[in-house]
Structures are given as C-alpha cells and as structure tokens.
Design a protein around this ligand. Structure first.
Ligand SMILES: CC(C)(COP(=O)(O)OP(=O)(O)OC[C@H]1O[C@@H](n2cnc3c(N)ncnc32)[C@H](O)[C@@H]1OP(=O)(O)O)[C@@H](O)C(=O)NCCC(=O)NCCS
Length: 194
C-alpha cells in the first residue's frame, strides 16, 4: 500500500499485494470511494453508483437481459419499463450500483433498496444483471465481491434477494456464498374481485 500526499491510497495487484480487491480512496472528491478489481482478462473493473445520466443505458441493458432467455419478460413499452425502473431507483433509500470496465461501459447493474433494520443496515437487491455478452465470464462474481466491500464501507452488513430456484442464477448465488433462509417463505396472492 502506498499513500501519496493527496491521500490517494492504492493497494497493488496480485504478486505485489495480498488481496484481490483494491481500494482507491480519493479524498479530493469528498467521499468518493472506488473499489477496483483487476479482472483476469486484463481490465480494471470498478463499482460505482448509477448516475441519473446512466438511466437510459441501465434501462436498455435491463431490457436486453431480461427480455431474453431464461426470463423472457414481456415489457410492452419503454414507458412501462421506465416507470418500473424509476420506482426502483428514485426513492430516498434506493441504491443502484453499476460495474464498469476501464472504458466506462456498464457491464452489470444492481438495483435495490437499503433498509435500516434493527440488526443493522441491509441491502435488498431487486434486480441484478450482467450484460448478455459478458455472462459466464466471472463478471457477476466480481461485481458481488466489489459490491460487498462497497456496502461494508457504508455500514451495510447483509444482502437479501429473491430468485427463481430453477434458473441458473440460483447456482450463481450459491457459488458466491449466499444461503437460503430456511425459516422464511416468500408468499404471494393474486387478488381477484369477488
Ligand atoms: C446470473 C448472472 C447475474 C450471473 O453473472 P455471470 O457473470 O454470468 O456469472 P459468473 O461468470 O460470475 O459465474 C458463473 C456462474 O453463474 C451461473 N450462471 C448463471 N447464469 C449464467 C450464464 N448465463 N452463463 C454462465 N453461467 C451462469 C453458473 O452457476 C456459473 O457457474 P459455473 O460456470 O460453475 O456453472 C448473469 O448470468 C445474468 O445477469 N443473468 C441474467 C439475469 C439474471 O438471471 N439475473 C439474476 C436474477 S435474480
């Protein structure tokens, strides 16, 4: 680790340092905190918050991923999906993160809410997705690893999410250390007029 006079700290890549996730603390940008990981394909990946001007790119990525197999979501219009993503990203407790490569392209995104539960702050992920041409190459796992550091830094100690047991994402979460909450069930009821 080295610290320069501006307070920028770097933890160096494998072979030099001992950890796989590096933290750059850039004090000149107030609380800007960037977590970086040297991806095995030779790119520096980082996790940062989604900005307002990323909205369209995140929406297009979301639509592209979830309109395809295995989810096959059927959003009927841009307006409909924009409304949903607006509800998800514009609340006071919304936390929307993106994984970007060193060209600035968004490779993955995580959209959810932070709740201040009595046992500590928790991040509920509502949507988590990797661009279709980047899936299966370790980016989702890198994202979760970097995100965990980011969340811990902000005092968030747990992630909650729901997925479909029969879809590939289930194995992805198990592989990345998630466990099923065995004492909880996810109820639903479709409402009908009687
Ligand atoms: C699920 C998802 C987030 C995983 O990210 P990823 O970058 O593809 O996954 P990684 O490369 O880090 O990890 C690979 C593991 O994830 C699982 N996996 C899930 N979807 C996969 C896919 N499309 N391609 C390859 N592996 C996938 C496999 O278990 C794989 O492990 P294995 O190679 O040992 O079989 C990503 O594939 C995705 O966005 N899928 C579509 C949207 C989705 O399902 N989101 C989650 C909804 S809750």
């Amino acid at each position: 680790m080295s610290t320069n006079p501006k307070g920028i700290q770097w933890y160096f890549p494998p072979g030099i340092g001992t950890q796989s996730v590096y933290r750059a603390e850039v004090s000149e940008f107030a609380d800007a905190m960037i977590f970086l990981k040297y991806h095995e394909w030779g790119e520096w990946m980082k996790v940062v918050e989604v900005r307002e001007d990323d909205f369209r790119a995140v929406r297009d990525l979301f639509l592209d991923v979830f309109s395809a197999e295995p989810w096959n979501d059927e959003w009927k219009s841009d307006e409909e999906v924009s409304r949903y993503l607006g509800e998800l990203t514009q609340n006071s407790n919304s936390l929307s993160l993106k994984l970007v490569d060193d060209t600035g392209s968004i490779v993955a995104a995580s959209l959810g809410y932070v709740f201040s539960w009595w046992q500590g702050k928790e991040y509920f992920i509502k949507e988590f997705f990797v661009s279709r041409d980047s899936q299966g190459q370790g980016y989702g796992s890198t994202f979760l690893e970097l995100m965990s550091n980011y969340l811990l830094e902000r005092g968030i100690k747990a992630i909650w999410l729901i997925t479909d047991r029969d879809f590939p994402a289930y194995r992805f979460y198990i592989k990345n250390g998630f466990t099923e909450a065995e004492d909880l069930v996810f109820f639903q009821k479709t409402l009908e007029k009687r």
